[in-house]
Ligand binder design. Structure first.
Ligand SMILES: Nc1nc2c(ncn2[C@@H]2O[C@H](COP(=O)(O)OP(=O)(O)OP(=O)(O)O)[C@@H](O)[C@H]2O)c(=O)[nH]1
Length: 460
């Protein structure tokens, strides 16, 4: 089952096939009803014969109920989107292996990442065993529920912005012709799904739309959103969104790169808080010795979350600060070292050389480190974030992306080209400025947050 259907089934209890069947039943019933009406108009005497035939009167009554039921169900789901959290267990169950089973069992990551995995796995089991009871069970797992809610709220602006564009596009829909595909490409490019993705999608849709014989507005909407969601799902089959940790007792090192103001220091502060709360020994390294104030900013975060910072004077060689930090992390048995770096130097080449040097220093001391080179991108900058990612990726071995400032941004759709065109996994998402506002990236919840009305409400 594709992601579109998994989300749909999770929130409405039925997939596209079931939906289609109901639609057909409904149309059949309506057809039958109008045929019956015509018959009864034709002849008053026939009317008595019809009502006497039990088989016919049954078919007239039964399907009517089938049609009414789902409509009501869908209404409820649309009105209270955050409620059916228990139902999200199903898509998560389908996708979990791709995301989390690859994590090495012995690594410390077990303590952070798999917390969710275990929770989701046990939820899945419960789901198959006791679907009826799960509503009350979910209330005992507020963390999961809050997580969905945060994605839901954080992506509201992105969702509304795409939804508004999409509705305008649908309002103009007359028939599936060349103008339709031109408008579709424009819509997708405007919506930041990425140029290549937009063209690929519209090409694939040409075929699919023909095959599926799309005529109605709701069909068009369904086919487009399904394709968008399933293409994203498909492109991510090999993607591992979990953070990697040291496989032995040596410290794990995460190196943070990205342009000024993207949110590196804030993300480091949030992560330090997370691992500190989990009982890990965390050290920060102030590797941005270039920007005035950057060291103090990191030290301020260190004080807030009660984590030490290895720092030196401004303008010192950042590689030497990082060297000191690695030595300290090894000698004092730290679990995690988070390294801040400069977002800008005199020129791009200089910056990239500096990053390479920092990386070499780390690897010389700890051959398996850094376990992650995390590129921090300001998610609210849309296409700009995408081109930054392309540039960084050309010169630095980026292992994952942190997408910040998704809260209040209308550019959440940027996750689509990041995956479809760059193939770098998003690993963390910033959903606010506070220390708790950082989430492990969950592609399914993110996609639900982006398109929920268009998926859940599709075909209605
Ligand atoms: N709303 C929101 N704001 C964020 C988020 N992450 C960071 N910010 C804000 O973005 C601004 C810049 O963040 P920094 O962490 O200083 O960015 P930086 O990449 O370290 O910047 P430099 O130190 O200049 O290289 C700050 O005001 C943060 O509070 C987020 O997820 N959501």
């Amino acid at each position: 089952m594709g992601l579109f259907d998994r989300i749909k089934k999770a929130f409405t209890g039925k997939d596209e096939e079931e939906d289609k069947k109901e639609q057909e039943t409904k149309e059949a019933v309506e057809g039958e009803e109008s045929a019956n009406d015509a018959e009864s108009e034709d002849s008053e005497s026939d009317k008595s014969e019809n009502t006497e035939t039990p088989a016919e009167s049954e078919t007239e009554n039964e399907p009517k109920e089938v049609v009414e039921e789902p409509e009501q169900e869908a209404k409820e789901v649309n009105e209270e989107p955050a409620e059916p959290v228990e139902k999200t267990e199903e898509p998560v169950e389908d996708n979990t292996p791709a995301e989390s089973t690859e994590e090495p069992v012995e690594t410390p990551s077990e303590e952070s990442q798999p917390e969710e995995t275990t929770e989701l796995e046990s939820e899945s089991e419960q789901a198959t065993e006791t679907t009826e009871e799960s509503e009350s069970e979910v209330s005992e797992e507020p963390e999961e529920k809050d997580d969905i809610k945060e994605y839901d709220e954080g992506l509201k602006k992105s969702r509304n912005s795409f939804g508004a564009r999409f509705n305008r596009f649908l309002a103009n829909f007359r028939s599936v012709d060349e103008e339709f595909f031109d408008d579709l490409e424009e819509l997708l490019i405007e919506s930041d799904v990425g140029y290549e993705t937009a063209l690929k999608l519209s090409d694939e849709l040409r075929e699919e739309v023909k095959l599926e014989n799309v005529k109605k507005r709701s069909d068009v909407s369904d086919v487009i959103v399904r394709k968008l969601v399933d293409m994203y799902d498909e492109e991510g089959k090999e993607e591992d969104n979990s953070l990697k940790f040291s496989a032995d007792k040596t410290p794990t090192v995460f190196l943070f790169v990205g342009v000024n103001g993207a949110g590196k220091t804030t993300t480091i502060g949030k992560l330090a808080h997370r691992y500190q709360q989990e009982g890990k020994k965390v050290l920060l390294a102030a590797g941005d010795t270039f920007r005035a104030g950057a060291i103090e900013q990191l030290q301020e975060w260190g004080r807030r979350v009660n984590v030490p910072v290895e720092a030196s004077k401004p303008q010192t060689d950042p590689a030497s600060v990082v060297y000191d930090a690695v030595q300290r992390a090894v000698n004092d048995d730290y679990d995690i070292l988070l390294v801040d770096t400069a977002g800008r130097l005199q020129n791009k080449e200089g910056l990239m050389r500096e990053l390479e040097k920092i990386k070499r220093v780390i690897t010389r001391e700890l051959p398996d480190a850094p376990q992650e080179v995390l590129l921090v991108l300001d998610g609210s900058t849309g296409q700009n974030a995408l081109s930054q990612a392309k540039q960084f990726n050309e010169t630095t071995d980026v292992t994952g992306i942190v997408l910040t400032k998704i809260d209040g941004s209308s550019q959440g759709g940027i996750v689509l080209p990041i995956r479809n065109e760059l193939h770098i996994p998003v690993k963390l998402v910033g959903l606010g400025e506070q220390m708790d506002d950082l989430r492990d990236f969950d592609p399914e919840k993110f996609i639900y947050g982006l398109f929920k009305e268009l998926i859940v409400g599709s075909g209605k």
